[in-house]
Design a protein around this ligand. Structure first.
Ligand code: AMP
Length: 276
């Protein structure tokens, strides 16, 4: 496994890697990240991963400084998964002095997470575009866990003609349904015990949809009722068009993305399911 920190080193190694799968991450790797590495290994000759806690996608009050960085453990996991190349850039490598470009994806980046975290997806789109230009993967792998991020990146790649296929892996969960996240370690014991309510709410919505409910408000209320049984504070519960993520009143033939964000203390948890 080659561990490299500069753009030049990535470019020097890249030609030897053949059809390349790429998994961009912020580190603190868990089985969710590793499932994307496994998918990449299935579909490609070699796998590259990046670990970069991207400062431009964090607002000043967010947890950039506290974000977990267990780099040795991360590298051991990537090595065990037979990853060929790990890109570990310093912030100055990605944003050298004089850097002055930002990518703004349109409407899809403004709603949901984009409304709660202004500028977040501009930071994501800019760093992902840079990583694609540096690594030049054939396929890049993202988790459905961050469903809006997958849609923003698909829009970015389409609009800027970036020659990469975007593949999406399913959400990996704890046995009690909580979606794996690097931020779960911040949860207090009580919040950790209550956090599976997000998944329970989504399952209730899936069951109601399977039983024929198509009214978005009815599904929203089912989910909100589960969250209200906890100390979690709802940022949003969304029943949205699968392509545009615009809110729906009635779920049509295309189905819906049901997503929610809930705060337990200062920790925000995200989860979603796709209906239909
Ligand atoms: P992050 O390190 O949080 O930026 O995540 C890196 C990639 O892993 C993103 O594409 C995430 O959507 C994905 N990911 C995070 N959590 C999970 C999970 N529980 N299951 C599957 N993929 C995940």
């Amino acid at each position: 496994m080659r561990i490299v920190r500069t753009v030049e080193e990535v470019r020097a190694v890249r030609p030897s890697l053949g059809r390349l799968g790429f998994v961009p991450t912020m580190g603190a790797l868990h089985d969710g990240h590793m499932s994307l590495v496994a998918l990449a290994a299935e579909r490609c000759e070699a796998v590259a991963a990046s670990i970069f806690v991207n400062p431009t996608q964090f607002a000043p009050h967010e947890d950039l400084a506290q974000y977990p960085r267990p780099i040795e453990a991360d590298l051991a996991k990537l090595e065990a998964a037979d990853v060929a190349l790990v890109f570990l850039p310093a912030p100055e490598t990605i944003y050298p002095s004089g850097f002055d470009t930002r990518i703004e994806v349109g409407a899809i980046a403004d709603r949901l997470e984009g409304a709660v975290r202004p500028g977040h997806f501009s930071g994501v789109a800019t760093v992902v575009a840079k990583l694609f230009n540096i690594v030049t993967p054939d396929i890049a792998f993202f988790g459905q866990k961050d469903v809006q991020q997958t849609r923003v990146i698909m829009q970015l790649v389409r609009d800027l003609d970036i020659p990469v296929e975007i593949a999406i892996g399913p959400t990996i969960r704890e046995p009690d349904g909580l979606a794996l996240s690097s931020r779960n370690i911040y949860l207090s014991t009580t919040a950790r015990a209550e956090a599976p309510a997000l998944h329970r709410g989504l399952c209730a919505a899936e069951d109601a949809y399977a039983a024929g409910t198509r009214d978005a408000n009815t599904l929203r209320q089912l989910i909100e009722a589960r969250i209200r049984q906890t100390k979690g504070v709802i940022d949003y519960v969304s029943i949205a068009d699968p392509d545009t993520l615009a809110e729906l009143e009635v779920i049509g033939a295309k189905g819906a993305v049901v997503s929610l964000a809930v705060r337990f203390g200062t920790t925000r948890l995200l989860d979603n399911v796709i209906l239909g």
